[in-house]
Ligand binder design. Sequence first.
Ligand code: PCA
Length: 217
Amino acid sequence: MANVLLTGFEPFDQDALNPSWEAVRALQGWRCAGATVQARRISCVFGVALQELDAAIGELQPQLVIGVGQAGGRAEITPERVAINVDDGRICDNAGCQPIDMPVVAGAPAAYFSTLPIKAMVRDLRAAGIPAAVSNSAGTFVCNHLFFGLMHRLSTRPLATGVRGGFIHIPYLPEQAARFPGAPSMALDTVIAALRIAVATALTVRQDVRETGGQLS
Ligand code: PCA
């Protein structure tokens, strides 16, 4: 039975919850296109996050890996286009570390592109009535760190052929946004529905669609 590894993060920055883990854990055991979702919670700690990811990949030998993280302030589900080889913490991680301008992996390429069909995912999310857009930066904190580590892992130590990986940022939940008046949010049920669509599209669309996901700045 093929596995899909979905990761979510533990809470960070003094928050009580992280919507990425709340959504991902709801999909544990969900079957789609002949594969089964395996949900794993990842520490919001530079370095440790990659060790946990590596252990999960080794255990599950997944055919698809999608990392999910919170991007407070975003209004849409945002599949990320590119992971960069930079750790630059605006805040401390959960172990109190705040690396500045460090490589995620010394000597590795400057960046990796997602190998998910990000444009098709955005198309399918919008068609289902869920706000979505391609993001061209996953930031420089632990989410980008995990995303870069994942893509480096998949490109240097390939699993089965055709294994794909990438990352999706999600908005605050309404109960989080209520503490920051004006901040956008998305209901947990909508985020869960969005992740189902993202997984289904990633499992079934081999060739991404040619549609703009660009920004002017
Ligand atoms: N979001 C943070 C780290 C964990 C999470 O859910 C980020 O965007 O880097």
